[in-house]
Design a binder for this molecule. Structure first.
Ligand code: FAD
Length: 106
């Protein structure tokens, strides 16, 4: 099976970046497409226990797809639940655009 650490880093990069560039005001089609993308993603993510954990997570806390800001926050909170599970540092979700969209203000 793939290296779950390397896969995880690459996948979070994709997921957070996708959320950071999602529309501010997505139309109903885009909202439906994002909901399907995430539901289907969790069926094929090639780390079995990660995927099943994510599916459980999405049942109790479904993706919020009505805006870029809400999706980015949902992704951050979902990643933080995994961070917590793994004993990693909790990420400050107010910094999500700086990390994944705008870059540091410097
Ligand atoms: P990662 O957690 O991969 O983070 C990469 C970068 O994202 C960090 O350096 C930081 O800059 C940024 N970041 C960190 N937290 C946040 C946040 N909350 N919001 C925004 N940006 C943030 N591994 C397991 O062992 N068990 C699991 O159940 C598991 N489930 C996973 C589920 C999913 C959907 C994914 C994508 C990965 C999962 N992983 C799981 C892998 C795990 O989350 C890490 O990717 C892996 O351990 C490598 O961690 P890392 O310390 O390199 O940083």
């Amino acid at each position: 099976p793939p290296d779950s650490e390397q896969l995880g880093r690459s996948t979070w990069t994709f997921l957070h970046t996708m959320a950071a560039y999602y529309p501010d005001q997505p139309n109903p089609q885009q909202q439906g497409d994002m909901r399907s993308l995430l539901a289907n993603f969790s069926k094929f993510y090639p780390c079995g226990y990660c995927a099943s954990h994510l599916r459980e997570e999405m049942k109790t806390d479904p993706p919020v797809v009505d805006s870029r800001q809400h999706l980015s926050l949902w992704m951050c909170q979902t990643h933080n639940k995994v961070n917590e599970l793994l004993g990693k540092k909790i990420f400050d979700c107010t910094k999500v655009d700086e990390r994944w969209r705008d870059g540091p203000a410097d």
